[in-house]
Design a binder for this molecule. Structure first.
Ligand code: AMP
Ligand code: GLY
Length: 424
């Protein structure tokens, strides 16, 4: 079968690398892809947020039997709905279900209504009321723009001054655009964080191996928020008891809640969780594979990814066994100078002889006049497996040293945090 994958990041490169291993998959097309993806797939230059354009392209390419929609924007815009309406098979939630990520106000109300543990919160659509509330509240406080904001619409404010500034940025200056028409003001929680991605067909939910992201730009979780500077899998503190608690109190109730709301979720549901002193709590839901979580999760998958995708679409996920390798995987993201603020593109990338089992996931790269050049803020993810996180980490960093481009920066501490927290 020929497959179309929608998206252009490191995550999509990881998905395509996994699909390449499937005997069920023949040719892969990628909309829009990047230089690394271009080595595995035929690149298609269509705006994937334009549902009609994607539908028209598929109508004209009858050889494509399945489409995987990975980024948040096309999911929230209803690209899956458009494809299904035209009779195409697609992986990913429809628009009604993708709201679980697209509106933080929706997801908080859902959790409250169905008793799913999360931080306490209030929602405001009027600046003055939000301001009066934070002036009477405790600090730190967390402010979240309601809508999609490239993972950057969350502000942790240590005091009233920061909170007043943050609220102004979100609601008055519209720093995150219309995403800031509503704001969620949330209690600040503490504890280690874990991302658990799960396949679900709306009936069965199958968690993948766990992973931990590093959202801040600099070592020791300092600097600005980014789309993610690196990941490792698994989360050391996530033992059997925590896994059971998450399944019973969070995962099963979430798919039941979505069904009860008439918003059955089919696809990958991403649980951003924190292990607090009062137990596991949901920090956020995403309606898709995480980036760069996918880059450390899918290399550990033993089962055919295409088989899982089709089982989700057909509602028979309970019939297949999803298996994982033991061991660990670490991904170090190499970013452009200046990222997450302003950065230049078009810097030539040189890649030395990497260890043969290192997995390079391209994010912002392209070919220009035959040369590999930077084309985004996050440029490459260098991923390595090992028996332990430490072994994987050392291998990843040994290979990072063989890659260069002007301005390149990366965190030196990926894979270190949480290592002293015992599994429970
Ligand atoms: P989000 O985009 O919702 O994942 O938030 C980005 C990051 O902000 C999370 O990964 C957490 O580290 C942090 N964060 C979000 N909500 C809270 C909260 N209620 N308490 C503490 N930290 C939070
Ligand atoms: N790594 C966080 C995300 O994909 O949203």
């Amino acid at each position: 079968m020929n497959v179309l994958v929608i998206g252009n990041g490191g995550r999509e490169h990881a998905v395509i690398q996994a699909l390449k291993k499937s005997p069920k998959v023949d040719k892969i097309y990628a909309m829009k892809g990047n230089a690394g993806i271009g080595e595995l797939a035929e690149l298609v230059d269509v705006d994937y947020c334009d549902a009609k354009a994607v539908g028209d392209w598929l109508d004209a390419h009858k050889d494509v039997g399945y489409t995987v929609v990975t980024p948040d924007d096309p999911l929230a815009l209803g690209v899956v709905d458009e494809l299904e309406n035209r009779g195409h098979r697609a992986f990913g939630p429809n628009r009604r279900a993708a709201i679980i990520e697209a509106s933080k106000a929706f997801s908080k109300e859902l959790m409250k209504k169905y008793g799913i543990p999360t931080a306490k919160y209030e929602i405001f659509d009027e600046y003055e009321k939000a301001l009066a509330y934070i002036r009477n509240g405790a600090f730190p406080v967390v402010l979240k723009a309601d809508g999609l904001a490239l993972g950057k619409g969350v502000l942790i404010c240590r005091d009233l001054k920061e909170a007043e500034e943050g609220l102004k940025e979100i609601m008055l200056d519209k720093k995150f655009g219309a995403a800031g028409n509503k704001v969620v003001v949330e209690e600040f929680l503490e504890g280690p964080e874990v991302s658990v991605l799960a396949f679900t067909d709306g009936k069965t939910i199958v968690p993948m191996v766990t992973s931990c992201d590093h959202k801040r730009a600099l070592d020791n979780d300092e600097g600005l928020n980014t789309g993610g500077m690196g990941t490792f899998s698994p989360a050391p503190f996530y033992g059997e008891k925590t896994e059971r608690e998450t399944m019973e109190k969070i995962m099963l109730p979430t798919i039941a809640a979505m069904n009860a709301e008439g918003r059955t979720f089919k696809g990958v549901l991403y649980f951003g969780l924190m292990k607090t002193k009062d137990g596991m709590k949901v920090i956020e839901y995403n309606s898709r594979f995480g980036d760069p979580e996918t880059q450390v999760v899918l290399p550990m998958l033993k089962t055919d990814l295409m088989e899982i995708f089709e089982a989700v679409t057909d509602g028979r996920l309970s019939e297949i066994k999803v298996e994982w390798e033991r061991g660990a995987c670490v991904c170090v993201v190499l970013a452009s100078g200046g990222y997450p603020l302003k950065y230049e593109k078009g810097k030539e990338i040189s890649i030395g002889a990497l260890d043969s089992d290192v997995i390079l996931c391209h994010a912002g790269t392209k070919r220009k006049d035959g040369k590999l050049v930077t084309d985004g803020g996050r440029v490459l993810g260098v991923c390595a497996k090992g028996a332990t996180i430490e072994e994987a980490r050392q291998k990843a960093y040994r290979n990072v040293e063989k890659i260069h481009f002007e301005g390149m920066h990366y965190r030196k501490d990926i894979g270190i945090k949480y290592r002293d927290i015992p599994a429970e």
